[in-house]
Design a protein around this ligand. Structure first.
Ligand SMILES: Cc1ncc(COP(=O)(O)O)c(C=O)c1O
Length: 317
């Protein structure tokens, strides 16, 4: 899926400094340790050609979630949300981006691999902000063939999905691997009670009888920024009712439309679940409406909610 590119940036932000991307190295010994409790965010910035502006979408909300996750793993941390926001803008300017960009802040504890299981609250950390160009998937004709995974989604008292920790993604990767080996594009995961949760890197919404239904934040999902954005668009732009409630597996088989939502994936329609076509098997009208409304708001073509878009180049004009 064309979400990520192989391109790398000229510069990366590391512990308060903008440095050449190739110079941001660590010792091989730190790798295992770094990944166990590492926290990250995924943010996108969209280029508006007409306005000659690059908008970072919902920067505040993403940084708030980043800080919430850091709080939960009790890392020593000296930066405020404002500091991080400034650092993101500084990095985007250094790289002279005038195109769509993916931004990935991440943090991990400094130290040797032998310290793997020592929590050491407050210990020094490495804080990085990386970025790279991306192309939107946005081909709604290529809806996904998905399966319900036999892997159970991690739960709040095992590895909290609310916490955006690199290690959580092992659970999703197992499910994604199984799905691909079995000939599907992607899995949907159930929680330990058999309720629908999300996909490995995106939340899931479905449509039944004209209503959008979303598993609640207590259904072992990441508290998705895109999901919240879509709720607002449903209310204010599309005037479509929605509800948050637990979702059974069999509701996936009788849904009229299903789609994944997330910063990386944006809105990704589902064509079938366990080989049963979703609705007519074609991307449905509500999904298409959301794709369009989302595209307009992230790029600033729809000027509603200016607080969602942080302009990068405005201060340079
Ligand atoms: C596991 C998981 N769920 C949901 C999402 C969607 O979250 P957001 O809309 O904030 O990008 C992501 C993407 O970051 C994710 O990794």
């Amino acid at each position: 899926m064309a979400i990520y590119t192989e391109e790398v940036a000229d510069y990366i932000w590391r512990n308060g400094e903008i440095i050449p991307w190739a110079e941001a190295t660590i010792h091989v010994n730190a790798v295992g340790h770094a990944s166990v409790a590492g926290i990250f965010e995924g943010i996108k910035a969209y280029w508006n050609e007409e306005q000659e502006e690059l908008y970072v979408f919902r920067l505040e909300e993403h940084l708030e979630r980043f800080l919430d996750s850091i709080r939960m793993v009790r890392y020593g941390f000296e930066y405020t949300r404002q500091d991080l926001g400034g650092a993101v803008l500084e990095l985007l300017k250094a790289n002279e981006y005038r195109r769509d960009v993916y931004i990935r802040p991440y943090i991990f504890q400094k130290g040797l691999v032998r310290e793997l299981l020592q929590a050491q609250p407050g210990k020094a950390t490495e804080l990085i902000i990386d970025s790279w160009p991306f192309s939107s998937y946005r081909d709604t004709n290529k809806a996904l063939q998905v399966c319900v995974s036999s892997w159970t989604r991690i739960s709040d008292n095992v590895m909290p999905p609310r916490l955006k920790c690199f290690s959580n993604y092992h659970n999703g990767r197992l499910a994604a691997m199984d799905a691909v080996v079995a000939g599907y594009d992607w899995p949907i995961m159930l929680d330990d009670r058999g309720k629908v949760t999300e996909g490995p890197g995106a939340c899931l919404l479905l449509v039944r009888k004209g209503r959008v239904i979303a598993p609640p934040v207590t259904s072992a999902i990441l508290e998705s920024v895109t999901r919240e954005t879509i709720f607002t668009l449903l209310e204010e732009v599309l005037k479509i009712p929605f509800e948050q409630r637990e979702v059974d597996r069999t509701e996936l088989y009788v849904a009229d439309e299903i789609f994944f939502v997330g910063t990386g994936w944006e809105i990704m329609p589902v064509a079938s679940v366990d080989r049963l076509p979703v609705g007519s098997g074609k991307t449905g009208p509500i999904t298409l409406g959301i794709v369009e409304a989302y595209r307009k708001v992230v790029t600033g073509q729809d000027e509603r909610h200016p607080e969602w878009r942080t302009p990068v180049w405005e201060s340079e004009r």
